[in-house]
Ligand binder design. Sequence first.
Ligand code: ATP
Length: 548
Amino acid sequence: MEKQNDQSRMDRIVSLAKRRGFIFQSSEIYGGLNGFWDYGPLGVALKRNLKDCWWRDMVAGHDELATLSGAPSPYEMAGLDCTIIMHPQVWKCSGHFDLFHDWMIDCRESKRRYRYDHLNGRWAAHRGKKVFVTTDQSGDEAPLSIAAKAQKFFGLRAKQVDEIEWTGDFGSLAAAVAAGTLTLADALGPDAAAPGTLTEPREFNLMFETRIGALAGNDDDRAFLRPETAQGIFVNFKNVVDTSRVRVPFGIGQIGKSFRNEITPRNFTFRSREFEQMEIEFFCKPTDSGEWYRYWRDRRWRWYLDLGLTEGKLQLREHDKDELSHYSVGTADIEYAFPFLAAGEFGELEGIAHRGDFDLRSHMEGKLVRKDGELVVETGDDGKPRHRGSGKDLSYFDDISRERYVPHVIEPSAGADRAVLAFLCDAYHEDEVPDEDGKPRSRTVMKLHPRLAPVKAAILPLVKKDGMPEVAIDLYRALKPHMACQYDEKGSVGRRYARQDEAGTPWCLTIDGQTLTDKTVTLRDRDTLVQTRVAIDEVVSMLRDRLA
Ligand code: ATP
């Protein structure tokens, strides 16, 4: 098995992503923009296939008459597409306006800004001088980075590094400050030459602000780019119930852009400032919500496996009680062992949260807080609601059981960009294949699931003569209406295979001399390299069956 933390492997994945047109830095010709990424011709196809799989598997193709494995009962699914800018009150009632922030810390010397919870360090001492050396690096890089910084700080040569005395464990700066084992004056910032340059941590709201209208200027014009797609679903709950035939239990799915002004975007597309989410809000009867939570957690886990992510690199992690948001009854994360993380570390792909009735009640009554175990409307000094809700009745009336209640919500919330990144990392393989002369040749191959692969089949005439291109073009035209395929006649067939392997194309169809006599083509499998002869008339139906 490959080593997990392998920065050089990650570098090769990033370089392939750029070289083959999967992912580019946004505005690259102007030096790029930190935290923003563009998808190139192969990348846009991969991401679109991923989103289409999600939409088909979760929403459009859902069988509402069947009781799916693990589900307490049949259920319905509907879709929505809401705006990125919504009424500012949405974010006040949801809690994002007051609470959606990270703690940031500035360095007066380097003028750099860090996420407080991303700074880690350790005490180092040399000849009576003692300092808490910090780093913002993660994974295996972190201890190396503080060792190099301590050496520089104490002015030591490489052979003197053993003279540094390290005490305590390597750990969080914020936790050490909270525990009172150090003050920020003792800390050497990640890019500072002297201790004591880090400012007190400050809250930083992650929502991007904008202004609406030409007369922008006063506070009433202030609006926000949505930091999640979920709120659009909650505020449309009543519209969907009133206008479609759905009955509880049912889910609403949405795919769309979200924006978070992350303090330290990092790890390629993993933490971006503009990204896409694929979210479901599933509304159910409060008494059934535990069962539905378990159903969605397991269903979403299986989805990643069915699309080919390596099970050993995936982890389903139930949050501890103290990790849960104040309204959440249970949350699980589906996480992937990305190559940029240290061994044993995982990064979140999706969170599945049991949110109770927090969201619908917030949009009815106003922003809620937990008091003595109960969710109550938060009030200001004047005793009035701090953020007033819509006042609309978002309860649900079950006309069969004649009950009225506020549905509970299960929220599977996935990131499309993080999923694309996980599938890219998982698909990336380096191996050896025999070339045309039978000699071993190293190759890079993206073993993407055929449903995700940007190009499903390549049609290659062995040579550019003897009528082979004409037969190949006919096959290309027969296949194209059914799936993404490419015609390629440039270069040796070995090079053409190599190009398709890097793009993740599962099947190559080669038209050769034999094709002209017996109307068969060679079908080469990307992963097994097995070549079989298939009747040219059967290619379309055969590949369609494989993709179904
Ligand atoms: P993290 O703790 O990594 O910041 P989160 O817990 O804040 O993530 P959620 O609010 O649960 O994330 O968002 C749901 C999903 O949206 C995440 O599982 C992730 O796939 C995606 N996501 C969130 N923030 C980002 C981001 N900055 N860049 C890319 N995807 C993101």
